[in-house]
Design a protein around this ligand. Structure first.
Ligand SMILES: CC(=O)SCCNC(=O)CCNC(=O)[C@H](O)C(C)(C)COP(=O)(O)OP(=O)(O)OC[C@H]1O[C@@H](n2cnc3c(N)ncnc32)[C@H](O)[C@@H]1OP(=O)(O)O
Ligand SMILES: CC(=O)C(=O)O
Length: 543
């Protein structure tokens, strides 16, 4: 397929190559294939797959895609110019590039004289020959070439004549795109704009067919701004990575660049349908690379359209434009209203609606809920992460909270006797609970790997006969936070418990100076809330 370059900015993704150069990120072959297919679906026209010849995984990646090609995107192989004082034909890396079987190759070469004399330890003339020969070799082998001018901006600042000669050499040899790289990420947007304008003005009269691109790094936290400045100065290709992954501080983040270009500046990049998958693609890639998603990432982060301050929520409820720069749905994201001590009535009303509760602003119970929320938050409860507990709080205030069971008491014993045969063995714990359901009293005991697990198991055991749905509940996360660190072991703790029934997830909170009591509160609310959303009514207990 030929990439349609007319009238648009061409997006070039390098997640699989420069993204994989991020410290802490490691991709298996299978990961690379899954990400490539997700990018293909997103509509990215160029996907840089790696450096075949640099490692076996990248070699296999290109072989696998030869057997099962992508649907739309061009997969691009990446490599450097030939080594000094050799020929391109005898360069083993370039043989690996040809074996990768791609139609396009991206070649990086030196623009900065310092890199030529200090890094490559060769002459400025030889570097020009390396660029020219390598591209001619690739062209003669039927490849189309994108030329990444490494350290372009630093090189141009030091020796503009030489930097321009490197681009002209690439262009004369047959490179179709010349990409200005801010390799060290130190250039600021105004410099990018000026240098790109000057370079294009110098090259276009000599090589009018040349097309230009930009590749920026985020060391000055301006990678996206730099890429946008370059586009406004005349480039038509933008290189970047999903979630901004990349060497050191990362590359220009395509999840910000694509919407900025397409929705703000009006440059088509991918289709209107495809951009709706941007948030999903961002999360998918973070899942595959096994890095926690950045919740606060612009456009695609979970908090990108989360409103917490009462004033904000009040206005957004009236008109979202008041505190949103785009509609979240345009990039496949969604608006969220956060509940906390920063809330006003508007937050309470909006959150209640998401739980299917229609509150009247004039009803005094709304203020009561808000006051109770603020009181509890001042004691250390945190409801923005524990919406299930907030739902229960609202239902209590509204007189809609059913008593599904009552806890009469519990005890937990821990066996802390060290086991010399297995010093890592966790303590055995035993919990007993006494509860009543429908007036019937039950005493149960259970063991667990630690006191919270034992308590949770004993509660479930006691309730299971009345509420069989409990068999499907399980804890998915348990977080503890010390709230007043200076109080030592008697400090107040906050426990957040996340639970699931396989279909839904919900989080509850407990706070106490006793960690077991805090856990108990959160676990009991978790069971109650699970039953509430499973619409369970008590059965007559089987004996
Ligand atoms: C800006 C960028 O992000 S460029 C991409 C950087 N990515 C990577 O480096 C990841 C993949 N790299 C690798 O697997 C390895 O570094 C390899 C296989 C490429 C090379 O490995 P080695 O042969 O062991 O060399 P080493 O990594 O120590 O040094 C790089 C060599 O490339 C040479 N080189 C660097 N840039 C260029 C260039 N543009 N053109 C030609 N040669 C170059 C260096 O001079 C050095 O050569 P020397 O060994 O003759 O001194
Ligand atoms: C090519 C490249 O990755 C760079 O110059 O940063």
């Amino acid at each position: 397929m030929d990439v349609d370059l007319a009238n648009s900015i061409t997006i070039y993704d390098t997640t699989l190559r420069d993204g994989a150069q991020r410290e802490g990120l490691s991709l298996s072959l299978e990961d690379k294939i899954r990400i490539a297919r997700a990018l293909d679906q997103l509509g990215v026209p160029f996907i840089e797959g790696g450096w075949p010849g640099a490692n076996p995984k990248d070699v296999q990646f290109f072989w696998q895609l030869q057997e099962n090609p992508l649907n739309h995107a061009e997969v691009v192989a990446f490599c450097s110019t030939r080594r000094p004082h050799s020929t391109a034909a005898e360069d083993s890396m370039l043989q690996a590039i040809l074996a990768a079987g791609t139609r396009w190759v991206t070649l990086f070469g030196k623009s900065w004289d310092l890199h030529v004399t200090e890094g490559l330890k060769t002459s400025l003339e030889e570097n020009l020959a390396m660029i020219q020969d390598t591209i001619e070799f690739l062209r003669a082998s039927g490849r189309r070439v994108i030329y990444d001018a490494e350290h372009w901006f630093d090189g141009y600042k030091q020796n503009p004549e030489y930097a321009l000669q490197t681009l002209l050499a690439a262009c004369r040899a047959g490179a179709e795109w010349l990409v200005f790289c801010d390799t060290n990420g130190g250039t600021l947007p105004h410099e990018i704009a000026q240098i790109v304008r000057e370079a294009i003005a110098a090259i276009h009269p000599i090589e009018p067919q040349a097309q230009f691109g930009i590749h920026t790094h985020n060391d000055s936290d301006t990678a996206v701004a730099n890429a946008l400045a370059a586009v406004q100065a005349g480039v038509t290709m933008v290189q970047g990575t999903i979630n901004g992954y990349g060497e050191r501080c990362g590359n220009a983040n395509l999840c910000s660049l694509i919407p900025n270009l397409q929705l703000k500046l009006g440059y088509p990049c991918i289709s209107d349908e495809q951009i709706l998958h941007l948030s999903q693609t961002s999360r998918f890639v973070s899942e595959v690379v096994n890095l926690a998603p950045d919740e606060h990432a612009p456009f695609v982060g979970r908090s990108a359209f989360a409103h917490k301050g009462g004033i904000h929520v009040s206005a957004v409820e009236r008109n979202p434009l008041t505190y949103e720069h785009i509609q979240p749905e345009q990039v496949g994201n969604r608006r969220r209203i956060v509940i906390s001590d920063q809330a006003g009535l508007s937050n309470v009303l909006a959150k209640a609606r998401t739980f299917g509760i229609d509150l009247d602003r004039q009803d005094p119970v709304c203020r009561e809920i808000l006051q109770r929320l603020k009181e509890l938050e001042s004691q250390g409860y945190q409801f923005e992460a524990a919406e299930a507990s907030f739902d229960l709080l609202m239902r209590s205030a509204l007189g809609q909270r059913q008593t599904l069971f009552e806890i009469r008491g519990f005890q937990v014993h821990c066996n802390m006797i060290p086991n010399p045969d297995n010093p890592y063995a966790r303590p055995d714990s035993l919990a007993t609970v006494k509860i009543t359901v429908n007036g019937q009293e039950i005493l149960e005991a259970a063991e667990g790997n630690g006191p919270v697990a034992a308590l949770d198991a004993a509660l479930r055991k006691a309730l299971m006969n009345f509420y069989p749905a409990i068999a499907d509940f399980y804890l998915t996360d348990y977080k503890v936070r010390i709230l007043d660190g200076t109080a030592g072991t008697s400090a107040k703790t906050r426990v957040l418990v996340e639970s699931s029934n396989g279909l839904q997830r919900w989080t509850t909170v407990g706070v106490s100076p006793n960690i077991l009591d805090a856990s108990y509160q959160a676990v009991v609310e978790a069971l109650e809330y699970g039953l509430l959303i499973s619409n369970q009514l008590p059965l007559v207990a089987r004996t």
